[in-house]
Design a protein around this ligand. Structure first.
Ligand code: FMN
Length: 204
């Protein structure tokens, strides 16, 4: 059983996070989750749940959103202001952190070493400890500042996976597109995923 850190920030695409959380927990792993204030705002716009920012009150709606009621004990919500949380320390061992969706704001703070909340701090800890960290950005078009920030975090050891689904698997629903990105994230985390759609190559 692994421990994964999931940070949900204020870019569009919160549904990527809910499906990823579901897949991680239903595969038997523990999950530590932080949602930024803007992340909550975007979730409120895009999804049918509303999170208050109080991690005790938010637990049940969050578990319902990620559809994992029976495995609830494996999910811990962490307050974004709690810079003393376990994930803020390099001595806390985990198997990887995913920031999905990752806003340009969070990308900018991480790439410039600015630790303004526990998400930034935990991400910077991953980089200094050489732990796996995946940033799933969503922005278009990209400005030079975003591009420079992407270069910097990549050179520092992060894996940048823009939320840019392919269409060669002939998606029919939005969920098919969401799954495409989540499947690729799970591959990089080394989490088994039987449902993954894979290109098997063209027959001659
Ligand atoms: C509805 C909504 C959608 C947004 N979509 C994006 C987006 O796709 N990408 C992005 O980088 N920022 C987006 N933003 C802006 C971020 O939320 C904003 O920059 C915020 O300060 C990021 O804060 P955080 O990094 O602490 O979550 C959006 C904001 C709102 C309210």
């Amino acid at each position: 059983m692994g421990i994964y850190v999931l940070a949900i920030t204020g870019a569009s695409g919160s549904r990527y996070a809910s499906l990823l959380a579901n897949r991680i927990v239903t595969n038997g792993h523990k999950l530590k989750v932080v949602v930024s204030g803007s992340g909550r705002e975007v979730i409120g716009e895009e999804e049918s749940i509303s999170l208050s920012g109080n991690i005790k009150l938010d637990r049940d709606p969050f578990l319902e959103w990620i559809d994992v009621t029976e495995a609830s004990t494996e999910v811990e919500l962490i307050d974004e202001k709690n810079v003393g949380a376990s994930i803020a320390s390099g001595s806390f061992q985990h198997n990887g952190m995913i920031v999905v969706p990752c806003s340009g704001g969070t990308l900018g703070r991480i790439s410039n070493g600015i630790s303004s909340n526990v998400i930034d701090r935990a991400a910077l800890v991953c980089l200094k400890e050489r732990r796996k960290i995946i940033l799933v950005t969503r922005e278009t078009p990209l400005g030079l500042i975003d591009i420079e920030n992407m270069r910097k975090v990549t050179e520092a050891g992060a894996l940048l996976m823009p939320a840019s689904p392919g269409f060669y698997h002939k998606p029919e629903t939005i969920d098919d597109l969401i799954s495409f990105i989540v499947d690729r994230i799970l591959d990089h985390l080394g989490i088994e995923n039987q449902n993954s759609v894979r290109w098997v190559g063209k027959k001659d």
